[in-house]
Design a protein around this ligand. Structure first.
Ligand code: GLA
Length: 772
């Protein structure tokens, strides 16, 4: 009680104009002609994004206090629909899903809240927050006025209104604004759809100002002119605000996502935001009285199996540190202090920055070996019989793994091929692994060895997060049939659901690891314990393991994969205890050593491409570039450029060849490429892979070729510069999966700096750009 009173006194000392705590009177918030208005006075929103689901609820107050101490006056939070409605009509608002409590805590800590209820969020979260069960309807059109989708959205938003409506500033709460959808301009152009979402929010009881967010270049798509527009961008503040002004001639200026760092994907270098970009742009916005939201202020961790996947197929790591000012474990980074120092110069009269709270205790423990093992093949549920394999959702399963089994005849070596594998398929013959189907490769095929007699074929499919961005987000998981062997369709399958939920995990039969040697690369759960003198945060060292998921004391900490860049899993102290703690790990690809240690620091930037079971998923090809379909020169600057061919060209391959760069240097870079069909519309990237690329930077930064077709303009393909600088011509060739008629393409130059921006170029389109 004494402590609570002291906190109340301390809080009282900080209460001043603009502080959400002053709940003694009803406040007002409005979007004025030039400024946001809080209680009728000009209010500059200094906001930062924190996702309640990505922070142990026991730590919410700490992170909110960190945000306040950094100088924020508002936090921005997504709601993840699939977390709150795991099954149709079944709503969850407790524990990690108790966003109402998160908002209440924010208010207690003197922070206003900008709510981003969705229905779609993106956010490197499983399917962008959209529930998997919508995919049980084969024809459903997500993020559209498809009644199957819209009706589900309306029920969900009605529920959001019931739970969070009372926390609006209009009802004495901290929520000052609510967002309609998320970056819809990247996805579609149907303003009526956006209007439906807005109406659903209003119908659900939201009476605070509403807004939508988009990168400025996409704002025109699906625009509702009477809905406040906020821009998402991480650099070039003046240029981007000028673009916002072209769409919205007055009103306050708001950057609703300003990126201090970026998210990581498996197999690519850890992203570090450049302070020389972050601070000056932040200062620019402060000086011009603009409002902003730092995405992410505190990234946290995508616990469980919630991490999503960037398009075309770049699974996101579970660590969502994001190189944010407040680190994954809630520590103050140099960027935190730099931001606090900057904000201290822009406080309202009487506004003071509270001290930051003490960090949570950190502990470590020596390596322990997990000796108990539960092989997946010994722990199978009852089988579902089916003539042909179907996607996981068709068997009413949302998450986890799924096993497909059939028998194949004796015979010569032959190619096993599926239409697609979502995402990794470990192929076993009579229990022995003979290959891996890998979504990163253009073809879902492996060669099965000769069989002297009939054999049992098992394909264990491990999804690694549903795509969370772009038209590909209707990302059904599992085997996409038909599955053929030597061209013959395989029929008569048994399917085993392996949802990795609490019920399945509780039912696993473990044996003491005397079978370690024979387990080898079989998919298995390993279990053990570690002792702590006292509970505290730690980082599980998972270097020794292959690929899978890890649990501690029943909490799923997320995914791991030894190719990196993440090599540890954050284990919050609030989920650990003094004494014995239980840990179990699913390893789908197997590993020699089964030890885990607890480290005092995370390992977020350690790549091991040598561990990748696809030594290289870059096909080794010979080019056959004869006649370009187009030759041109890109304009200078960062603006998106549409290039039209003299005549449409058809082909399965599209190749961009750079001849030189704007800055005369040997590098080429592309932020985004879209191909335009005969009527000038962007062609879906579904099934696109990189057929060939002559050079990619993988050391100094993430310059992977996939960055040019992932829909995000904040990242980019960049040729090597760290350990080598091969010169032009540089070539980036896309495999579209099937022949397409292409009338032109859309080129988004690298944003932020000139390096790599291409000057003269050639384009090749055809089916024979690669010699057989
Ligand atoms: C977009 C989305 C966010 C997030 C960022 C990248 O701008 O709106 O949800 O995905 O990109 O982190």
């Amino acid at each position: 009680m004494k402590l609570k009173f002291v906190c109340f006194l301390a809080a009282l000392a900080c209460i001043c104009v603009g502080d959400a705590r002053a709940a003694d009177s009803v406040h007002t918030f409005a979007i004025g002609t030039n400024d946001f208005l809080l209680d009728g006075k000009k209010f500059q929103i200094r906001c930062g994004e924190i996702h309640a689901a990505r922070v142990p609820m026991e730590y919410w107050r700490h992170r909110l206090q960190m945000a306040k101490a950094m100088g924020l006056n508002t936090v921005c939070a997504y709601l993840f629909w699939n977390l709150h409605e795991p099954n149709p009509g079944e709503y969850v608002w407790t524990g990690q899903a108790d966003d109402a409590e998160f908002c209440r805590l924010a208010q207690e800590e003197g922070l206003w809240v900008i709510l981003r209820p969705g229905p779609y969020a993106c956010a490197e979260w499983e399917m962008g927050g959209t529930p998997w069960w919508l995919l049980k309807n084969d024809g459903i059109q997500l993020r559209s006025r498809d009644p199957h989708y819209l009706n589900a959205v309306k029920s969900y938003l009605k529920e959001v209104g019931r739970v969070l409506g009372p926390l609006q500033i209009t009802h004495g709460g901290p929520i000052i604004m609510a967002q309609v959808e998320n970056e819809y301009g990247f996805y579609g152009k149907d303003a009526s759809y956006m209007d439906e979402i807005r109406k659903a929010l209003v119908g659900a009881g939201f009476d605070v100002p509403l807004f939508e967010c988009n990168p400025p270049d996409q704002m025109k798509n699906g625009l509702l002119p009477d809905l406040f527009q906020a821009g998402n961008f991480g650099s070039d503040v003046e240029t981007n605000f000028a673009k916002v002004r072209q769409i919205q001639t007055n009103g306050p200026l708001m950057c609703s996502e300003f990126y201090p760092g970026w998210f990581d994907t498996w197999g690519q270098p850890h992203h570090l935001g450049k302070p020389e970009n972050y601070l000056p742009n932040l200062k620019l916005m402060l000086d011009r009285g603009a409002s902003f939201s730092i995405y992410m202020a505190h990234g946290g961790t995508t616990f469980g199996l919630w991490s999503g996947c960037d398009r075309p197929f770049k699974p996101d790591t579970s660590s969502y540190d994001y190189d944010a000012p407040i680190s994954e474990a809630g520590w103050a980074t140099p960027k935190f202090f730099q931001t606090r120092e900057l904000f201290a110069k822009y406080l309202l009269p009487g506004e003071k920055l509270p001290d930051r709270p003490a960090p949570d205790p950190v502990v470590s423990f020596a390596p322990v070996e997990l000796k108990e093992v539960a092989p997946i093949f010994d722990n199978l549920p009852a089988a579902i019989k089916d003539e042909a394999p179907r996607n996981m959702e068709a068997y009413d399963q949302g998450y986890g793994c799924i096993l497909y089994r059939t028998r194949i005849p004796a015979g010569a070596a032959a190619t096993l091929e599926a239409v697609a594998i979502h995402d990794f398929g470990y192929v076993f013959l009579d229990g022995k692994r003979v290959g891996i189907l890998d979504r990163r490769s253009a073809k879902a095929q492996v060669v099965l060895p000769e069989r002297a007699r009939a054999a049992q074929l098992d394909i264990l499919v491990e999804p690694t997060g549903r795509i969370n961005f772009g038209p590909e987000m209707a990302d059904r998981k599992g085997l996409i049939a038909p599955v053929k062997l030597g061209g013959e369709v395989l029929k008569g399958w048994e399917i085993f659901n392996l949802p990795l939920d609490d019920k399945m995990l509780a039912g696993l039969k473990y044996q003491i690891g005397n079978r370690k040697s024979e387990i080898g690369n079989q998919p298995a759960f390993w279990r053990g314990t570690f002792k702590l003198d006292k509970a505290g945060d730690t980082f599980l060292d998972l270097h020794a393991w292959g690929k899978g998921d890890v649990w501690v004391n029943g909490h799923c900490l997320g995914r791991y994969w030894n190719i990196g860049p993440t090599q540890t899993a954050y284990a919050p102290g609030c989920w650990l205890r003094a004494g014995e703690n239980e840990i179990f790990i699913l390893d789908t690809i197997g590993s020699e050593n089964h030890t885990v240690a607890g480290l005092e620091k995370p390992v977020l930037d350690e790549l091991h491409p040598e561990n990748d079971f696809a030594q290289t998923h870059r096909p080794v090809v010979k080019l056959n570039l004869i006649t370009p379909v187009h030759t041109g020169t890109f304009a200078s600057g960062a603006d998106t450029q549409d290039i039209k061919f003299a005549a449409p060209a058809a082909g399965k391959y599209f190749c961009l060849e750079s001849l030189n760069a704007r800055d005369g240097k040997p590098y080429a870079a592309v932020a985004e490429l879209d191909l335009l069909d005969a009527s000038g519309n962007a062609i879906s990237h579904n099934g696109w892979t990189i057929a060939y690329v002559d050079s990619e930077e993988h050391v100094g930064e993430d310059g992977a070729a996939e960055n040019a077709i992932d829909g995000q303009t904040a990242n980019f393909w960049h040729t090597e510069w760290k350990n080598a600088s091969p010169n032009h011509p540089h070539r980036l060739m896309l495999n579209l999966g099937q022949s397409q008629t292409i009338s032109g393409f859309r080129y988004v130059p690298r944003q932020g700096t000139e390096s790599g921006r291409i000057k003269d170029f050639r384009i090749y389109v055809g089916n024979d750009l690669i010699q057989p």
